[in-house]
Design a protein around this ligand. Structure first.
Ligand code: FES
Ligand code: FES
Length: 169
């Protein structure tokens, strides 16, 4: 099995790791970097539970090879922390009950964060479009839309995501 050395920054922390060439980014994050906030919810790349930001764009990390992220910056749900406080999107999910079992939540939060980086004030249709790659079995989506709207009105994507998008972590 062939191996590669990769350098990937995750949530502002540089890492240099020897990985198998076929490893997927989601497994790199969970197993090599120990960041289990990013979930695996399917093997068909349609659930979005594995959504993270890579170099300023949301990606489903089960569809990206770790080697393809070599030299890149990744932001995961763990990296949204704002000095011990949740990001506006995380607070929105709490305030508007945007989660039940929580399995989809890290991916939903990252997808919503990516949307708010691109659109400051999306309407409900744009919010639904922004999270359409993310499946939730529990909430029926209405409360997720409310959560994202709340976040748009209370600080948007948050400071960590803005810094990530500007290439600062
Ligand atoms: S784990 Fe389901 S889309 Fe990645
Ligand atoms: S809260 Fe359970 S899958 Fe979304």
């Amino acid at each position: 099995m062939s191996h590669h050395k990769v350098r990937i920054s995750v949530n502002g922390t540089a890492g240099e790791d020897e990985i198998e060439s076929r490893q997927l980014l989601v497994h790199y994050l969970r197993e090599t970097r120990g960041l289990t906030g990013t979930h695996v919810g399917c093997d068909t790349s349609n659930c979005g539970a594995c959504t993270v930001m890579l170099d300023g764009k949301t990606v489903k990390s089960c569809t990206v090879l770790t080697v393809a992220a070599d030299g890149g910056d990744v932001l995961t749900v763990e990296g949204l922390d704002e000095q011990g406080e949740m990001s506006p999107v995380q607070k929105g999910f709490q305030a508007c009950h945007g989660l039940q079992c929580g399995y989809c939540t890290p991916g939903m939060v990252m997808a919503a964060t990516g949307l708010l980086l691109e659109q400051e004030n999306p309407d409900d249709a744009a919010i639904r479009e922004g999270i359409e790659g993310n499946l939730c079995r529990c909430t029926g989506y209405d409360m997720i839309v409310d959560s994202v709207r709340w976040a748009a009105e209370h600080g948007g994507p948050g400071t960590a995501a803005r810094a990530h998008a500007n290439g600062r972590n």
